[in-house]
Design a protein around this ligand. Structure first.
Ligand code: GDP
Ligand code: IMO
Ligand code: MG
Length: 433
């Protein structure tokens, strides 16, 4: 009987989850997404080619592994088909090893319109959503009015669709807009609906399964399963910087509800963070930099969104936030990404605590959105050298080891992996996992 290991982001998303899932996939039989949807953009790089996945798990490039879209995930048929087509153009046929839960929910075209309406209505307070329909689709799920993958092969598919669409249009009109006000990827609702229904036909050709049985039977028979998180823990709907969050539980607990596995079956938890910090969209970011260092992180790290292309906000590593997310997730191993981005820095800062109203705290406050948080920094000497040829932990520059050791000591969690480039081959193991 095996346990399910979990890999998830500890910051505000885009930590590099896609790369590490791909690197770890050979050790597993099944890779499973448990929450989120096409708001995610997971980048993988190997053999000089870059791939970006949104809904499909990052194990898909390994032909002999199963990839599962769990019940907690939202599927948008048009984006799903685009991903399938893009994989096919690269010689990957996902039909054999991609499985979809019948209980996963669908994003309808009108969910995407509602996302646009809600953001437009919020004006300067907007969340900075990816506008993929995530919030409205999860709202319908919780309201018990939504459409699930299992419905697309049933007799009542059109009935459910039309009822939802009708409600959505009524909602849109209540804001003084109509279904023509916003476009979806530059298409009118009618044009996009046509694409959506065509894509639904593609979706129907995949293995639609009762994935909670599949995953538990796999674990019972000793198969190794890795759950792949999307977004980051600071975007979790319960514990993130609310309301500037996504609409799902991005933390380890989400694995239980998003795949149907019991808490006692959780094994290792790999927590991923960048050696610095980024955030895309609105909301608090205590260590954000508005100076040349912030620009350097953005340019060296090519910090532009994988889903929307928006520039990511950049800042120093934030230990109060990481301490919080290590606690929430039960992180057993840390994975530090993109340390190469700081190669040119002569000094690097690390936020150890926050100062709020002249009091020092190592905790994330309830009112993170409105509190006047001043980061309390310690400073580390940079290594100022190229590290691209390095293959072992021992070979890393001493200054970098001091910085990494400080992260380990201050968080009380061991670092297992250090990533030094986007490519799967530039991955350094500090501990065997
Ligand atoms: P994810 O959403 O967590 O999978 O992360 P993204 O793919 O959105 O963003 C991470 C970005 O950093 C991608 O462009 C990766 O190719 C890139 N990346 C991953 N690891 C490293 C690394 O160690 N060094 C550098 N320079 N880039 C990396
Ligand atoms: P990956 O999996 C970074 C952010 C959006 C916005 C907020 C809500 O690639 O790490 P939503 O579309 O969910 O309504 O947006 O969450 N966001 C992400 N930021 N990486 C992601 O995913 C994100 N998914 C959503 O920018 O601020
Ligand atoms: Mg991303």
């Amino acid at each position: 009987m095996s346990k399910i290991d979990v890999l998830l982001g500890l910051q505000w998303g885009d930590e590099g989850k896609g790369k590490i899932v791909d690197v770890l996939t050979p050790k597993y039989d099944i890779i499973a997404r448990f929450q989120g949807g096409p708001n995610a953009g997971h980048t993988l790089e190997f053999d000089g080619i870059k791939h970006i996945l949104h809904i499909i798990p990052s194990g898909i490039f390994h032909k002999d592994k199963d990839n599962l879209i769990g019940n907690g995930v939202l599927v948008e048929p048009v984006i799903f088909k685009q991903e399938i087509d893009s994989l096919e153009s690269k010689g990957i046929n996902a039909k054999q090893n991609l499985l979809i839960s019948s209980k996963a929910h669908l994003i309808l075209p009108t969910h995407r319109l509602i996302d646009a309406v809600n953001e437009s209505h919020k004006g300067k307070d907007k969340i900075g959503s990816t506008l993929k329909g995530i919030g409205p689709a999860y709202t319908d799920k919780v309201a018990r009015t939504a459409m699930r993958i299992g419905d697309i092969v049933g007799q009542h598919c059109m009935e459910i669709y039309n009822k939802l669409k009708e409600n959505h249009i009524r909602y849109i009109k209540s804001f003084g807009f109509d279904e023509q006000t916003f476009k979806i990827d530059d298409l009118s609702l009618t044009e996009y609906e046509q694409k959506w229904f065509n894509s639904l036909e593609t979706l129907k050709q995949f293995h639609i399964i009762e994935s909670e049985y599949y995953i538990n039977e796999a674990l019972n028979s000793g198969k190794r399963v890795l759950a792949e998180g999307a977004q980051g823990s600071m975007l979790d709907v319960d514990f993130g910087s609310y309301p500037f969050v996504t609409s799902s539980n991005t933390i380890t607990a989400g694995v239980c509800t998003g795949l149907g596995v019991a808490p006692s079956r959780i094994g290792n938890v790999y927590g991923i963070c960048k050696a610095y910090c980024t955030r895309v969209g609105s909301g608090p970011f205590p260590t954000e930099l508005f100076d040349i260092d912030g620009n350097l992180l953005r340019e060296n790290g090519r910090e532009y969104g994988s889903t929307t292309g928006r520039p990511r906000r950049c800042g120093w590593i934030d230990l109060p936030a990481l301490r919080y997310t290590c606690m929430l997730n039960g992180v057993t191993h840390l994975i530090i990404m993109k340390i190469d981005v700081m190669n040119c820095f002569s000094h690097i800062k690390m936020c150890d605590n926050y100062e709020i109203d002249e009091k020092i705290t190592d905790k994330v406050p309830y009112d993170i959105v409105t509190a006047n948080i001043k980061p309390v920094y310690s400073s580390y000497k940079g290594w100022q050298q190229d590290i691209s040829e390095i293959q072992t932990y021992e070979q890393l520059p001493e200054e970098m080891k001091i910085y990494l050791q400080a992260i380990e000591n201050k968080l009380g969690v061991k670092i297992a992996i250090i990533s030094i480039s986007p490519d799967r081959k530039n991955t350094i193991y500090k501990e065997t996992i």
